[in-house]
Design a protein around this ligand. Sequence first.
Ligand SMILES: NC(=O)C1=CN([C@@H]2O[C@H](COP(=O)(O)OP(=O)(O)OC[C@H]3O[C@@H](n4cnc5c(N)ncnc54)[C@H](OP(=O)(O)O)[C@@H]3O)[C@@H](O)[C@H]2O)C=CC1
Ligand SMILES: N[C@@H](CC=O)C(=O)O
Length: 413
Amino acid sequence: MIKTAVMGYGTIGSGVAEILEENRDVIAGQAGQEVELKYVLDLREFPDSPVADKIIHDFKILEEDPEIQIVVETMGGLNPAYPFVKACLMAGKHVVTSNKALVAAHGTELLAIARKKKVNFLFEASVGGGIPIIRPLYRCLMGERIEEITGILNGTTNYILTKMDKEGETFENALKEAQNLGYAERNPEADVEGHDTCRKIAILTAMATGKEVNYEDIYTEGITGITDIDFKYAEKMGASVKLFGTSRMKDGKVNAYVAPVMIGNSHPLCSVNDVFNGIMVRGNMLGVSMFYGSGAGKLPTASAVIADIIEAAQNLKKNVPMGWSSERQTVEPMEKTRFRYFVRFAGSFRNKEQEVKSIFGKAEVIELYGMDEFAILTAEMEEGAFKAAAAAYNEKAEAQSDYGIKQTIRAMM
Ligand SMILES: NC(=O)C1=CN([C@@H]2O[C@H](COP(=O)(O)OP(=O)(O)OC[C@H]3O[C@@H](n4cnc5c(N)ncnc54)[C@H](OP(=O)(O)O)[C@@H]3O)[C@@H](O)[C@H]2O)C=CC1
Ligand SMILES: N[C@@H](CC=O)C(=O)O
């Protein structure tokens, strides 16, 4: 029998405990022996829960218990998750985590310790919730040169954007619902400002390149600036707005960003709604493959944790080769990335046509009935060139005491 401990009995930790019980026989069949939950480390008591008799508050108890071979970290954050996980690996225990903040910040070091100690540090649940994506990258796609990963990688923001788009819900109400459903991070700023997606695309890029990626090098913009008016234009254009995490890899160079993107209804990721995530992976031989499923939530995410527990149980005496090295992958500046741009301007197109055309070049024009504003969809250009054009337009508008650009969203249509 293999004994495990869960650190953090919140949304995901309690899901892990539930599946260990509910799917006990399936897990034992795959792991080759029974997997028993011995301890649950948390700050609080859970007297009415099924794990009431397993609750501990002192990390030393599980760290020093030689019976514990696999530790699950579902506390979130870096402190004390990082020192606890490191201590478990140093003590020769396998660690499974759903914590992308931890993997993005300290993954390189923790993977190296796991290799040295011949144990495993596994993090399938850290990206895409219940969607298998980490293991496919190091197993099924191991013979591919990965050229691009583009995904809707955050359940909370996709839930919010879907509610705003399809039901006219306000940003604030939709966020509250996502929090009540257990999708959001403890500090939801990580979701809505794009930091969670940034960590996930950094992890996927590191998996794809085999090199460490500093998530702070990735341009990151969240969804807090997206409004109901943007969705009105999107509807008229047969489009929607989604938060993308994208990484393009070519000749050793990586272009990566996190940003809301206007996409047409025919884009494969446009129909990924609510808490669902969708991840497109393009390999040089495979072409495009799509991964789709619940990107957050108790049981889907816990299901991914359970798969890692089984992987560790099947490899108790050896380190499964996966992850990345300490060699740093550089990320190209955002200025070099090419997009079309959806731009909203104050005033009427009739009055601004000459100026807009002379500064932004050829563009499609979109007007909404009864609005004192208009929008354009530019041709594809480099981010640096677009920024220069937008600055020139705003400068002119200011000189004429005229309000300039109201909104800019990158577009792929
Ligand atoms: N929720 C989701 O859908 C998903 C979450 N994740 C990730 O999984 C991790 C956990 O998320 P989630 O379950 O939602 O978070 P929760 O906040 O629901 O759970 C965290 C639990 O850990 C406990 N905890 C915090 N600090 C300590 C400590 N020092 N010692 C012991 N216990 C502690 C918390 O106790 P208390 O409440 O008393 O502070 C809480 O019970 C995060 O990294 C998150 O990013 C990944 C995919 C999906
Ligand atoms: N807050 C995250 C949880 C899963 O990673 C999300 O909403 O996607």
